[in-house]
Design a protein around this ligand. Structure first.
Ligand code: NAP
Length: 283
């Protein structure tokens, strides 16, 4: 039997990334932040996913310090916000993020959303930040096929990760295949559909069949699809539950049943509109 800690993906640039990570969006109470990260670390999570936009990089920095472990023992992702895109702004903002995180480098730096202003300049900054050692790997988030093809017209190196909204209501199979063909790891955000999809009968049936929870069935589906995935929870029992998915298998037939749930329904924003408006819009 494997555990969360046995499953790593090798990125196209040679860096290794845990397949399952921990998202910290909406973890905003600094008093419980450190305890939550400690619980996740104790349960085997090594990848922690934050963003400039979440406003909690400094809390994560404090929590990492209090783990009192070597820098090599965790993998940190942060993301550059739309308002910080552009060559110099991206560079300055990443230096600021590193200060808040109390780190010399992040493992993975992502462009949070594609925007049409500064599209290429931001990526050039990312390539330079990687050359300067401020990040080990560079990637994007919420980029579709067209954004990636457009980026390829001027990029010196391509993203190694594309972090996408992905869950059973938005399974993104063609996009995942495209990324695979281009050696880009797809990482699922809102992998649990923010907890809104647990009542789906196909998921409930499989949960009963295996004596697992709906969350565990969904995460096992992501795992078997070969994706990286970063569920968030503020509750120690759920953090543990979400890591406990390595002692059962779904059959090919179960996977077909899970795939059939897709409705192409987004929980969050439409990347094409963010691209057009140059910012995330209220939704
Ligand atoms: N790149 C992007 O644009 C982007 C956008 C959004 C998010 N993200 C990243 O992706 C991470 C995960 O996405 P997300 O936080 O939006 O959604 P998610 O992980 O799909 O779902 C989180 C929600 O599900 C609940 N939950 C977690 N485990 C559960 C369980 N076992 N049983 C029942 N409920 C459970 C959580 O509640 P409790 O916390 O109360 O337990 C929370 O309300 C974020 O934290 C962030 O790091 C990236």
């Amino acid at each position: 039997m494997t555990t969360i800690q046995d499953n790593w993906l090798t990125l196209a640039d040679g860096q290794k990334m845990p397949q399952q990570g921990f998202g910290v969006y909406k973890l905003t109470d600094p008093t419980v932040f450190t305890q939550t990260i400690q619980s996740a670390y104790d349960d085997g999570y090594r990848l922690f996913d934050t963003a400039q936009m979440y406003g909690n990089e400094a809390d994560l920095g404090k929590a990492l310090k209090s783990l009192n472990v070597d820098r090599d023992d965790y993998f940190i992702t942060t993301k550059v916000a739309e308002s910080n895109q552009g060559y110099q702004k991206a560079i300055d903002s990443v230096k600021e993020s590193l200060k808040k995180l109390q780190l010399d480098y992040v493992n993975l730096l992502l462009v949070h959303w594609p925007i049409n202003g500064s599209f290429f300049e931001t990526w050039r900054a990312f390539e330079d930040l990687k050359k300067d050692g401020l990040t080990k790997s560079i990637g994007v988030s919420n980029y579709g096929m067209v954004h990636l093809q457009y980026l390829a017209t001027q990029a010196s190196e391509m993203p190694v990760v594309d972090q996408l909204e992905c869950h059973p209501w938005l399974s993104e199979k063609p996009m995942i295949d495209f990324n695979k063909q281009h050696h880009i790891v797809t990482q699922a955000w809102a992998p649990l559909g923010r907890g809104r999809i647990f009542e789906e009968s196909a998921i409930q049936e499989l949960a009963q069949k295996y004596g697992k929870t709906p969350a565990q069935i969904i995460l096992r589906w992501h795992f078997l699809n070969g994706l990286s995935f970063i569920p968030k929870s503020a509750h120690a029992s759920r953090i543990k539950e979400n890591a406990d998915i390595y002692d059962f298998a779904l059959t090919d037939q179960d996977m077909v049943q899970m795939d059939s749930i897709n409705k192409n329904v987004r929980i969050s924003q439409e990347p094409e509109l963010v691209y057009e408006f140059n910012q995330q819009y209220p939704h």
